[in-house]
Design a protein around this ligand. Structure first.
Ligand code: MGD
Ligand code: MGD
Ligand code: SF4
Ligand code: MO
Length: 722
């Protein structure tokens, strides 16, 4: 039974899905067996009641049959994980992390977080690392997700909010270029926005090496060779210039750096770009025309162009195209990134990233350090500096970093060069994992703590539009399970020293949010004007949402009273309409040039591998591989390849294929389709074991975002005799 804000009792809890960044609204009602049933929640505008199979079946993971309900501690006698009490397990973690800190220094203790954690958890985890452990070595899986788009957005616009406008703007623009994004599988309810765009007479262009279910909906599908989106965008910019389609007044008034960028684009002739990308010149011309003719247009990217060792420059090149044509910071126009994880946006704003403080502040900014240290009640000089990025942190395990606390990620399956990462994790002196299930990474831990899930705890997430949302508790957690916030509170009490660690790590999410509001006040991602009450009443609030200035002390007769709510900031659904968030208010062009992939095919490894997702599995599969209905729909890994390549190999549908890279070998059945380029194979990354795609992937990093090259490496494909 839930008490609503006006004191009424209700058995229906309106909340949001635990999985992706769309954060679909759903209603939960109690169901027999102490669980909940998902039903349509039509009042939430983003999905208007629609859900994908993952959201619909999410309660299955609440079942004690598939989840953890007791702490597990590795037995010194048998080496197995055995059930233990909470106090003993927490003591053991404090001892493990504390011993490393004493023996090797604070930076030998690492922390790894996740973009699925609520804002409150991400905030508390970042604070815990800096204040309690005193370590600089914290990063999170969002580094593997949208970090290149974030870096490019900050470089161009001075601010990173995935979408600078709500999804509802999409159907009303004239043309959308969707680059390396497959919402038909990764955000099915969002497909409606693109269908409505077409119904309204707009065009949809999809750029993907595969003819995906999304590409099938497009008016135009460009299928570049993986890793060549940078050249593609430069080629389009070349055509825009050559055909006189630039918006000179906009360039003059709202941007800087055009001349250099223009010169770089002019070096990328359409014929040259066709040779690099494999996209025919007439298709390039048609794309430039469709993008430029309507009054407004958008470019949206997702992981395809971003998960490359040149992802930041690649996104920069697409932003350049928007800027040159006056399609940013104007109604119904702009560049946006479709962020991935449930709290992919908020998770990157509040301090679990290596270089960051809450409110999207920089750890290297003295004023930011002063402000946040003030909220935390610590000396600014005591805050550590920036640490390593996610892959670099994982790569340092067992050497510089000797103990790790992991919350909300399963890197044994999801990190690049995963066999190496697994070996690094195994070499740790001590590993503690908080998870809802015994993931492949949790199975390697010294201590595993079972934590509460979405439906059992309240918290906020920020969806891909920058809309801050309230997820509500709908049912009690099973006995033996505690929340991540309680874990951090208990560990702070054991490790923290200091005057009053209990006070510094509250366990009530709303109390944590109130502190987060203050910590974020005045930062780029300002949440200070948002409260749980507002979120409940308003169906979400877009940041930045600053708190109203405190009333000045009246020196003259008080002015006539104003309506009570006029001081409340409405939130910011649309950014940059007047100015960009740079110092001079102008957007900055990025002078970028095409460069090769970190690993190009050769005689030994002649084929390109790209990786991604299928609709019925989520990420490392830790949660969704525990749901029968989803397993029936997507039972295991596969290698998607073109009939021409299959014929050359002598492989038939379903035959086991070995895919071999310089990092390792994976085996999975063949899935033959003309929807993929003949020079490329595709594997989803949701599975562990023999079919683990990340055994193969290349950890080459983008120099700015430190994003690994998940989307392209060189492989050899072989048939396997059984
Ligand atoms: N079902 C499901 N949904 C999810 C998730 C999930 O795991 N499963 N995860 C969530 C998360 S965290 C994320 S980040 C999003 C990801 O959402 P998406 O980015 O849509 O997903 P991906 O499948 O990783 O990649 C998208 C497309 O990029 C293409 N691609 C590969 N290489 C290239 C290239 O070089 N250039 C271009 N242009 N395209 C390329 C792939 O063929 C693929 O179709 O999905 C979210 N939603
Ligand atoms: N080859 C390849 N690899 C990729 C990608 C790709 O496209 N190709 N995509 C990358 C991307 S975009 C991403 S986002 C990563 C994601 O990969 P991971 O970081 O592994 O993400 P998940 O599988 O979602 O792992 C989340 C873990 O946290 C647990 N969990 C869920 N909620 C909570 C919570 O509230 N608290 C705690 N403590 N635990 C919780 C889940 O059970 C699960 O074990 O994978 C990356 N890896
Ligand atoms: S699209 Fe994303 S948020 Fe919506 S139901 Fe599916 S997994 Fe959940
Ligand atoms: Mo992601």
């Amino acid at each position: 039974m839930r008490r609503t804000l006006d004191g009424m009792q209700s058995t229906v809890t309106p909340t949001h899905c635990p999985y992706c960044a769309l954060q679909c609204g759903m209603n939960l009602t109690p169901a027999p067996g102490g669980t909940v049933r998902v039903s349509e929640r039509a009042d939430f505008p983003v999905n208007r009641g629609a859900l994908c199979g993952k959201g619909r079946t999410a309660p299955a993971v609440l079942d004690p049959g598939v989840r953890l309900t007791s702490p597990l501690v590795r037995s010194p006698e048998t080496g197995a994980l055995v059930p233990a009490g909470w106090d003993g397990a927490l003591d053991r973690i404090a001892e493990g992390l504390g011993r490393t800190r004493t023996g090797y220094g604070a930076d030998a203790v690492g922390v790894f977080g996740g973009g699925g954690l609520t804002n409150e958890k991400a905030y508390a985890l970042g604070k815990f690392a800096r204040v309690v452990l005193g370590t600089s070595q914290i990063d999170y899986n969002g580094r593997f997700c949208m970090s290149s788009a974030a870096a490019a957005g900050i470089r161009a616009f001075g601010l990173d909010r995935g979408l600078p406008f709500p999804l509802e703007d999409i159907p009303r623009t004239g043309c959308v270029i969707l680059v390396g994004s497959n919402p038909a599988e990764t955000m099915p309810p969002a497909l409606r926005y693109f269908a409505e765009l077409k119904e309204n007479g707009g065009t949809l262009i999809v750029v993907d090496p595969r003819r995906t279910k999304t590409a099938e909906q497009a008016d135009l599908h460009l299928a570049p060779r993986p890793g060549t989106d940078l050249a593609l965008a430069l080629g389009l910019l070349h055509l825009v210039v050559a055909e006189g389609r630039t918006d000179e007044a906009y360039i003059r008034e709202r941007t800087t750096g055009w001349e250099e960028t223009r010169a770089a684009a002019m070096a990328h002739w359409p014929e040259y770009v066709e040779r690099i990308t494999g996209v025919p010149v007439p298709l390039l011309r048609e794309t430039a025309r469709l993008f430029c003719e309507p009054e407004a247009a958008m470019v949206l990217t997702a992981r395809g162009p971003e998960q490359q060792a040149k992802g930041t420059d690649t996104v920069g090149a697409w932003i350049n195209l928007c800027l040159a044509t006056g399609r940013a910071g104007r109604p119904l126009s702009g560049y946006g990134c479709l962020t991935g994880q449930g709290n992919g946006q908020g998770g990157r704003e509040h301090g679990q990233k290596a270089d960051q403080l809450p409110g999207y502040r920089k750890l290297t900014d003295p004023a930011a350090r002063r402000h946040v240290a003030g909220v935390w009640g610590v000396d600014p000089d005591a805050l550590p500096g920036p640490g390593r990025s996610a892959y670099e942190l994982l790569d340092a395990l067992g050497t510089d970093i000797r103990s790790l606390l992991l919350m909300g990620s399963n890197p044994v399956v999801s990190a690049p060069r995963a066999a190496h990462v697994e070996e690094r994790i195994r070499s740790l002196d001590f590993l503690a994992v908080c998870d809802v299930v015994l993931s492949e990474t949790a199975a390697l831990a010294d201590v595993v703590l079972p934590v509460t899930q979405w439906a059992e705890e309240t918290g906020t997430t920020t969806n891909l539009e920058g809309r801050v949302l309230l997820r509500r508790r709908a049912l009690p957690a099973p006995e033996g399970v505690r929340s991540d916030l309680e874990v951090l509170h208990e560990l702070a009490a054991r490790l923290g020293g200091g005057p009053s660690p209990e006070k510094r790590f509250p366990t009530d999410p709303e109390e944590v949010f109130e502190e987060l509001r203050r910590a974020s006040a005045g930062g780029p991602a300002d949440y200070s004007g948002i409260s749980y009450r507002r979120l409940a009443e308003e169906n979400g609030v877009f940041w930045p949402c600053p708190a109203p200035e405190p009333e000045p002390t009246p020196v003259a007769p008080a002015p006539a009273p104003v309506a009570a709510d006029s001081a409340v900031h409405p939130g910011t659904p649309r950014l940059f309409l007047d100015r960009f968030a740079t110092e001079d208010g102008r957007a900055r062009f990025a002078p970028v040039a095409h460069r090769a992939n970190a690993e190009e095919p050769d005689d030994d490894y002649p084929v390109l591998l790209t990786t991604g997702r299928v609709v019925a599995q989520y990420q490392s599969g830790a949660q969704t591989r525990r749901v029968d209905e989803l397993n029936a729909a997507a039972p295991g890994p596969f290698v998607e390849l073109h009939p021409r390549l299959a014929e050359r190999l002598g492989a038939a549908e379903g035959d086991p294929l070995a895919v071999v890279s310089r990092r390792g070998r994976a085996v999975a059945p063949a899935r033959i389709t003309t929807a993929i380029r003949p020079d490329t194979v595709f594997m989803p990354f949701h599975w562990a074991g023999e079919g683990r795609a990340n055994t193969l992937t290349h950890p080459a990093l983008d120099p700015t975002s430190r994003m690994p090259e998940f989307k392209v490496c060189a492989v050899r494909v072989e048939t396997v005799r059984s």
